[in-house]
Design a protein around this ligand. Structure first.
Ligand code: NAI
Length: 215
């Protein structure tokens, strides 16, 4: 078994390896050297070797990496060989967009319920899943296994709703509301903030402008 204390920087890079390897597989590439992979991914070959050594390597001297094997193993490390049931709390613009995205299922994430407080949304079906009233969530949790809750509600509501989700047994929250959730340590929260990503882009644009680079 691999070391559990792998740095979060490495963990953050794994989905990107997974994506590239998936593309190679789709193109029937059987094996790849760390050098070739590094050219494709624009990271150094030694970074790739170092990253993958955290999990016992997977490569063979003089052969490189077996693409399918590496893809499968990284998938296992990321827990993608399992199936996760996801509920979406907040069926507004973002909640509906997430529910409409079919590719999550390919990765093992299945939307099994969508909840909202707005009675006008109740009964509307998104890809076969009816939006339910949030009051039904407690009952739903008793009869369904739910692994992850996506939070796509206004920021003012998010802390309380997150706490309610935890008391109903949720341990993993995919938080889109632009606020920090202070939850017990055993609850995993993954924050997704597109605006923060845009701010990094604006920082880079500004830095390039100031250094006189043409953009
Ligand atoms: P929206 O107003 O279209 O949808 C919010 C939905 O949440 C509404 O349908 C509303 O009825 C429902 N809602 C409100 N209180 C609720 C509760 N207690 N329980 C269940 N449902 C409840 O808003 P939009 O555009 O979909 O944004 C949703 C959230 O996502 C906001 O907090 C927004 O700031 C955030 N957001 C985050 C992004 C990111 O990158 N993380 C990008 C876009 C939006």
């Amino acid at each position: 078994m691999y070391d559990k204390t792998i740095s979060s920087a490495v963990i953050k890079r794994l989905p990107r390896y997974y994506r590239y390897l998936g593309e190679l597989l789709e193109n029937d590439v059987v094996r790849i050297s760390s050098k070739e992979l590094s050219e494709k991914m624009n990271v150094t070959a030694s970074q790739i070797r170092q990253d993958l050594n955290n999990f016992g390597g997977f490569g063979q001297q003089g052969y490189g990496y077996n693409v399918e094997y590496l893809y499968t193993e990284i998938g296992k490390i990321l827990g993608l060989d399992k199936k996760y049931n996801v509920i979406i709390i907040g069926a507004g613009n973002l909640g509906q967009a997430l529910a409409n995205y079919t590719d999550f299922e390919r990765r093992g994430f299945y939307i099994c319920g969508i909840f909202d407080v707005n009675p006008r949304l109740i009964g509307i079906s998104i890809r076969g899943i009816e939006i339910r009233l949030i009051d039904e969530l407690e009952e739903f949790m008793k009869t369904n296994t739910v692994n992850i809750a996506a939070l796509t509600i206004p920021k003012a509501k998010a802390p309380q709703v997150a706490a309610d989700l935890v008391s109903l047994g949720i341990h993993a929250i995919w938080n889109f509301a632009p606020t920090d959730l202070n939850l017990p340590k055993d609850v995993m929260v993954e924050n997704v903030h597109l605006a923060e990503s845009l701010m990094r882009l604006s920082y880079n644009l500004k830095a390039a402008e100031e250094s006189g680079e043409s953009i």
